[in-house]
Design a protein around this ligand. Structure first.
Ligand code: XMP
Length: 327
């Protein structure tokens, strides 16, 4: 480990050259720290864990074991992308666990948002610990801790250690190669490590995933409607130059139905709510002004392509009074 804390005079990493210098320093430090031992990493496919994975693959190759837990609440195409980027392209040692049924069975009938979050977080640690328990000779646990996480935990805003929660008999030494970086720097480094742009520049996505966008008790059919409508929204935002311009955008499928008409017949189906907001720090947020023609196109695609949906609504509420997510 070269630096445990971000040096006061550290130059912000904004160029490929600065990123390369950081990468080379880290590769050396990682090899010195890890030697010929094995490292475990929970790889979600988010920016931070992906950059840590890419660095470690370069530094120690097959000594890294990545575990990707699919909790069934990921966006369309996400687990597939993790497999294709890390296992197929980067030749990582990747264990893929499809724990969808386990999570959805535990969540069945649970309506309280905080209980849902606790179940998802607790189950995640359990699945990860189970996988770790099957492996022999792991000494290190890698984490995508970044500099704001450390600052926030020091100021008592939030606890940052993902490792917190693993059983006591699982004591690993931590490997945190991006812990002195700000988020924008992590992205520059990720690009230099060859990660796809849509992985490096992706919008924020909450740990409990689509679970918080399926308000109330999660059912498989409503979850599928969230996933499919989200995929259409992302596709249309990308096609229309809004990807990368709008901070966060997604769909929500509330737990009520309304009367409508489809193919000349009565339908009684869910609405899809579109949310698209801009913010700099997620403490407050403004609603994006989506062009009306695009809105009409989205309504047409979502109501015709997503099963069980007969209306599309647009959430005009800034934060405050709304939060960005619904739960
Ligand atoms: P809210 O809904 O509080 O969200 O306005 C602010 C930002 O935080 C994200 N968010 C989460 N991220 N785990 C996360 O990793 C969570 O449980 C969680 N809840 C909200 C949200 O997507 C938004 O970007």
């Amino acid at each position: 480990m070269i630096n445990d804390r971000r040096p006061d005079n550290m130059v912000r990493i904004t160029t490929p050259e600065l990123a390369d210098a950081f990468i080379n320093e880290q590769l050396e430090a990682l090899r010195a720290q890890i030697g010929d031992k094995k490292v475990l990493l929970a790889l979600s496919g988010g920016v931070d864990s992906s950059v840590v994975a890419a660095l470690l693959i370069k530094a120690v190759g097959q000594q890294l074991v990545c575990v990707h837990v699919n909790h069934g609440l990921l966006r369309k195409g996400e687990p597939e992308q993790v497999i294709s980027v890390f296992r197929d392209r980067m030749k990582a040692n990747l264990i893929y666990v499809d724990a969808t049924d386990r999570f959805l069975d535990k969540l069945a009938g649970v309506t309280d948002p905080e209980t849902k979050r606790k179940i998802i977080g607790g189950e995640f640690i359990e699945v990860f610990a189970e996988e770790a328990g099957k492996l022999d000779g792991i000494d290190f646990l890698a984490q995508g801790t970044i500099w704001p996480d450390i600052l926030e935990s020091e100021h008592g805003i939030k606890a940052h250690h993902n490792a917190g929660g693993l059983p006591d008999n699982m004591k690993f030494e931590l490997v945190e190669p991006i812990k002195i970086l700000f988020k924008d720097e992590v992205r520059v480094v990720g690009e230099r490590l060859g990660l796809p742009a849509n992985m490096v520049y992706r919008q924020p996505f909450p740990g409990p995933g689509l679970g918080v966008r399926c308000p109330g008790a999660i059912t498989r059919d409503r979850l599928e409607a969230v996933r499919e409508s989200d995929a259409i929204l992302r596709e249309e935002f990308a096609k229309n130059g809004l990807e990368g311009k709008v901070w966060q955008y997604f769909t929500v499928v509330p737990d009520f139905r309304s009367t409508g008409i489809k193919n000349g017949e009565r339908s009684f189906e869910w609405p899809v709510i579109i949310r698209a907001v801009n913010t700099s720090d997620a403490m407050t947020a403004e609603v994006e002004n989506i062009p009306f023609a695009l809105m009409q196109h989205l309504v047409k695609r979502i109501t015709s392509e997503v099963k069980g949906v007969n209306r599309v609504l647009y959430d005009f509420t800034p934060k405050p009074t709304g939060t960005i997510e619904y739960e």
